[in-house]
Design a protein around this ligand. Structure first.
Ligand code: MV4
Length: 419
């Protein structure tokens, strides 16, 4: 059973679902973010459970609570885990208490300017101010020098108050050009947990990921194991259940630091599905139904290399949304190619939500073969009527630094500035 807004009446999932319920007008505030409309849709169709997807209410602890109160299983973690990890300062303390490395930082939210100055002296500069209620890059400020602390603190707190209704911020030593490496975990209701390896998501801009891969060219098997065990410890400490992701920053020496935990399935999960051979959404459903994990860490095997390119309806020069009528579409195929999409020729890309059109995922024995396969797949692919990110991917897939595995969170900004 699917729910949809008026803007999504023509999306493929609505046609494919056995039943579909319209939950309101295009604006997300009046449809996908309205808890009561979603609960009503579940009740009229007699749904046992709700999968929240990866946006909107997926990390809303109140929604998880309301589902449980209505006797509907929330296909995700307990509300308390979402709440604990949603408080980024609390999440940091959880990791630290588990002996998981964190960057030097404030053990509590900043109390006042004097407190911040003291903390700044201990932590050292550059440092970063982060919103306790933040995440995903919102409400952050880098402070290069102690002279800039006072004004930056004021702006960061004001931004956090405006964005999250919570002005609380904390400080951390700033890592200049890290990699973003995240670990996928699965936990059942009996405290059994496994990690499914990492995804390297360094290729992003303005906190929007564009290309993800697994394994990361920057990890050794030993480091993967250490990070994986650290991720499972954090999840256990949060009383976690279901699928989740623990994000780390990786410095050029290969040292890793806990950043935050995403308490949902993520857009890039197919990268992990292809290298592990596991269906993560199926695992989510089984766990939510109360089944134990029938998987131990020794059962998790990694094979080959996987890449995902996000095909967005965006201007490839500036990476700004470019909605419109999709007049023609040719999807790639062949060995090792998977396409996840809700679009088809004749579909109008609405301007109300994010611009993701399709995910192209490839899986091959080695990184080089995976890159070759992705290049071929994207050459095969045609999207007519709207601009897409395909040309940016073609540039990334030919860039000498990318080919050598030398990427970081600054890579894409540099590439886009190159011409
Ligand atoms: C950092 C950092 C450097 N040092 N924290 C961005 C998203 C949010 N989850 C935290 N983020 C960062 N935190 C410290 N102490 C750099 C970033 C960051 C970043 C992280 C992952 C991927 C892309 C990024 C782009 C800019 C900044």
């Amino acid at each position: 059973m699917a729910v949809y807004s008026q803007a999504d009446a023509d999306a493929l999932h609505v046609e494919m679902a056995d039943e579909a319920v319209c939950i309101g007008p295009p604006s997300a505030a009046q449809s996908y973010l309205k808890l009561d409309r979603i609960i009503s849709a579940a009740e009229v169709t007699d749904a046992d459970a709700i999968h929240p997807g990866y946006g909107f209410l997926a990390e809303n602890p109140h929604f998880a609570e309301v589902c449980e109160q209505c006797g509907i299983a929330f296909i995700g973690p307990p509300a308390a885990s979402i709440r604990q990890m949603g408080d980024k300062a609390a999440a940091r303390r959880t990791a630290e208490a588990e002996g998981v490395p964190v960057l030097p930082g404030s053990p509590h939210p900043v109390r006042d300017l004097d407190d911040a100055k003291r903390l700044g002296r201990d932590i050292g500069y550059p440092l970063i101010i982060k919103a306790s209620a933040g995440g995903g890059g919102k409400g952050m400020r880098v402070v290069a020098h102690s002279d800039d602390l006072e004004p930056s603190l004021a702006t960061a707190a004001a931004e956090a108050a405006a964005a999250f209704g919570d002005a609380s911020v904390y400080l951390e030593r700033y890592l200049a050009d890290p990699r973003h490496v995240e670990i996928q975990i699965l936990m059942d209701g009996e405290g059994n947990g496994v990690h499914l390896g990492e995804r390297d998501c360094s290729i992003q801009r303005r906190h929007q990921k564009l290309l993800e891969e697994s394994p990361s060219p920057a990890l050794t098997d030993a480091r993967r194991q250490t990070m994986g065990q650290a991720a499972v410890r954090v999840a256990k400490a949060a009383g976690y259940r279901n699928a989740g992701t623990v994000e780390f920053l990786l410095d050029p020496r290969g040292d890793f630091y806990f950043m935050e935990m995403n308490t949902r399935i993520q857009v890039e999960h197919p990268v992990t599905e292809t290298v592990t051979g596991l269906d993560l959404v199926k695992a989510q459903l089984r766990i939510a139904a109360g089944e134990p994990l029938r998987l131990t860490q020794a059962d998790v095997r990694f094979s080959g290399h996987s890449l995902e390119c996000r095909i967005n309806a965006e201007d490839p020069e500036r990476l700004l949304p470019a909605p419109g009528l999709l007049t023609g579409l040719r999807l790639p195929g062949g060995p090792g190619v998977r396409v996840d999409t809700h679009v088809y020729a004749g579909y109008r890309v609405p301007s109300f939500y994010d611009s993701l059109l399709a995910k192209v995922i490839v899986h091959a024995p080695t990184r080089d073969e995976s890159i070759a396969c992705m290049r071929r797949a994207l050459e095969e692919m045609r999207v007519e009527g709207v601009k897409t990110t395909i040309p940016v991917h073609q540039r990334i897939l030919r860039h000498p630094d990318f080919l050598a595995g030398r990427t970081s969170t600054q890579f894409l900004a540099r590439l886009l500035a190159e011409r």
